[in-house]
Write a protein that binds this ligand. Sequence first.
Ligand code: SAM
Length: 230
Amino acid sequence: MRQRKAKDLDKRMEACGAWLTRLPLAEHGGDAPGAWERDESRDLFLEIGCGKGDFLIAKALADPGSDYLGMEGQETVLLRALEKARETGGGAEDTGDTPAASSPLSNLRFVCDYVRSLMDLFPEGSLAGIYLNFSDPWPKARHVKRRLTWRGRLKEYAQVIRPGGAIEFKTDNDDLFAFTLEEIAACGWTPAEETWDLHGTDLPAREVMTEYEKKFLRAGKKIHYVKVIV
Ligand SMILES: C[S@@+](CC[C@H](N)C(=O)[O-])C[C@H]1O[C@@H](n2cnc3c(N)ncnc32)[C@H](O)[C@@H]1O
């Protein structure tokens, strides 16, 4: 659901600018001002549709040896992620272009944009993995290609993920999960992990939860999860 524009959005975004980056990424040979200049030998994980950032902030804190990038199309939603990153990873006075190297979240950035083609953004094999959490279901058949787990998109993800990297998907939506399993099969892949009730298992993916996951669990819903190694 589209959110109303937050009060003082531009000013508030600017205050958290240290965690905001632009595409093309520096490693793609792009020279966009503000692109993230990172050490390419480190693993880079992407979450598409990162919402208010809880999941990615927790992943980045738990794994300081890797880099995490969140893309979110709605700026009012992303603002919350940026503000949480600043609250957790820096001081209120932290208005630099990048987080301090000593920040516990110096390995995290966000991009405010809708993901279309990843091939335009990332070199082949440059990502260690992609997370898709509670992606919009797009239930109408004519919108099938807008689903983030449609086979055309999955194949594109596999091109930008290095061999051995993973695509991980969580949802509460039965139809979208069934559809995703079919699309994975159509790509010729067999899931490495697959469950209709993640929190009834001891899979590691249950340990870091997203905002939607917490909300649906509280409402008594089952969380579906699948992981594919590409
Ligand atoms: C239902 S929310 C889930 C948010 C979060 N991942 C979670 O699990 O709590 C889906 C989010 O994905 C964003 N989104 C949908 N399609 C996107 C795309 N192609 N690129 C970036 N963000 C997208 C929406 O704006 C929305 O905030």
